[in-house]
Design a binder for this molecule. Sequence first.
Ligand code: NI
Length: 252
Amino acid sequence: MHLGDWEKIRSKILYSFLLFVVSLAVGILAAVVVEHCAQTRQRETQIENAHTDYKAASASGGKQSDELTKKVALTFDDGPNPDYTPVLLDELKKRGVPATFFVLGTEVEQYPKLVRRASEEGHLIGVHSYKHVNLRQLSDQQAVEQVNRTNEAIHAACGQYASYIRPPYGCWKEDLDYEVQMVEVLWDIDPRDWATTSADLVVQRVLQDVEENSIILLHDASESSVRAACMIIDRLQAQGYTFVTVEELLME
Ligand code: NI
């Protein structure tokens, strides 16, 4: 054999070896990519399935677990009211429904027993303000006083301080966050119940906008508002909604 033949064989072997190495590398790379895609698809399918299960459960008003319950919160501002709060409390009790009351300090001082009753019957008491004022139009000190005087009145009435505040007109002073350690609660649905005597109109406005986790704003300050509250509860319970306090709604 010539030396040249050896050279040819050697280069053929080298060439074959290189081809083998490159094929191996390409093969491994392809396997990794395919595996990755399969995993991603599997994950996507799992997420999709979980979503579908959740939707199906909510659609059937499912109460399989706490997370699948459709929750909604009724809130009543400006009370307690000696004429309408007792009627409302009776109706809520009949239906086993807890609500949240954002009360005025002046009214709490006049009707502490109503606040105590509401608290004892499982309702959440929150601060509205002392007098019905726009806190933004006050100095910081005056605004803090509005909150603290109301909270003292609540404490005197039911033995507990409130942790939640709904400032009148939804106007909170952001710079008070540090001085007043309360959770601000606004609303999702405002049927303007105070501006009408038609309970039906209030119900209609609420039902057209309500969805899961809605916070509904009402006032325990008129006969029509109380009637509207009762109808809203009956209609939404029939649709599979469960009423909770805003605290329970916000905790999730
Ligand atoms: Ni108000």
